[in-house]
Ligand binder design. Structure first.
Ligand SMILES: [Zn+2]
Length: 363
């Protein structure tokens, strides 16, 4: 099948995900995100209609511009059930993708598998042009979210969010350990991502269970209930123990021990309330573990020295991406969500596959 991939947004720099796949007269959009910095949206000018939108997972930089589907002929939105639940899409326009399986989407066969990054997160592999594997955001090393090794594909759009960074998880945790032993620590985290991962790590390393805000508590309840098929089997008993701990963190009491609270950039939720309330105090400590969006409280608090940032990895490191290129036998690699300045290292690391940052790729 003659096919083409067009990068509408998401290659060359951290930005919203949006990729167009055209094959045999069909047009599929992979993700339609906004962010991670406020106001970043894909430019859809010149695109009048698509047959379907497929979503890799529910994070805003992959789903936040779904209101633009009106300009694209209101196509149906395909995603897994946990992702669909939270979307502002009318019931009649929703289509369910399996966590693992094969689905026909507007005449194109699409395989999905769990991507290890977030609840309901999947990689997508439309059977066009020798196979196009779109990883979305992925993490083969998560202790909580299950990961299905994807099948071979001629073209691989991989998650290069971390550029050429290649530290091990053990090294990341060694850097975080002293923080976990502080008497009072606020950790702003996304509930639909690393919040439950960090909670499980604290439990697994013999520390007291952290206090959880309502968002992280609800995420744990889902992961141990309807969402259990997205969880690594070895993680379920620990997550159930965490879910059984009574109480929800609120802004009423002073912080003791570790509080895990949304939102990840402290722009809202309990993390926002706590960070604002203690911005001018010395305690509790505040630790961010993800991307610092421009103009967010997270960025301001870190710049002022009031908070720190250390990575809790939720994207693949370079070695994992090199393994993926080899395992899928890809001949063409599109590194998504990473800075173009890494092109030379990517090209050397992923050889003999050809690495491209081109806007259009014939498949
Ligand atoms: Zn994500």
């Amino acid at each position: 099948m003659v096919a083409r991939l067009t990068v509408l947004s998401g290659v060359g720099a951290k930005g919203p995900a949006c990729f167009l796949v055209e094959a045999a007269g069909r047009r599929l959009l992979l993700d339609l995100g906004e962010g991670p910095d406020a106001g970043m949206r894909p430019d859809l000018s010149g695109l009048d209609r698509v047959d379907a939108i497929l979503l890799s997972h529910g994070h805003p930089d992959h789903t936040g511009a779904l209101d633009l589907r009106r300009r694209l002929g209101d196509p149906p939105v395909w995603a897994t059930a946990p992702v669909l639940e939270a979307l502002p899409v009318p019931e009649a326009d929703r289509r369910v993708l399996p966590l693992r399986g094969i689905t026909e989407v507007s005449g194109v066969v699409v395989e999905t598998g769990r991507s290890g990054h977030a609840p309901g997160g999947v990689w997508l592999r439309p059977a066009v042009g020798g196979g196009l594997l779109y990883m979305g955001d992925s993490c083969p090393e998560s202790d909580v979210y299950a990961y299905d090794p994807p099948p071979p594909a001629a073209t691989l759009v991989l998650d290069a969010s971390y550029g050429v960074w290649d530290d091990t998880r053990a090294a990341c945790r060694a850097a975080l350990d002293p923080w976990f032993d502080r008497p009072a620590l606020v950790m702003p985290v996304p509930a639909g991502g690393r919040g439950p991962e960090i909670a499980l790590h604290l439990l697994a390393t013999g520390r007291p269970p952290p206090a959880l805000d309502a968002a992280n508590r609800a995420a744990l309840d889902r992961l141990t209930g309807d969402g259990a098929d997205g969880v690594r089997p070895g993680a379920l008993s620990g997550l159930r123990r965490l879910a059984a701990v009574p109480g929800t963190a609120t802004a009423e009491r002073p912080v003791h021990g570790i509080v895990l609270a949304a939102t990840a950039d402290a722009s809202g939720g309990l993390a926002g309330t706590l960070a604002a309330a203690c911005a001018d105090a010395a305690e509790p400590a505040i630790l961010f573990t993800g991307y610092l969006g421009r103009g967010t409280p997270a960025e301001r608090l870190v710049a002022a020295g009031r908070a720190a940032v250390l990575r809790w990895p939720v994207h693949p490191r370079l070695s994992a991406n090199a393994d993926l290129v080899r395992a899928t036998a890809a001949v063409r690699v599109v590194p998504a969500f990473g800075d173009a300045r890494h092109l030379a290292v990517w090209s050397k690391t992923f050889a003999p596959a050809a690495v491209t940052l081109d806007r259009t790729v014939d498949l």
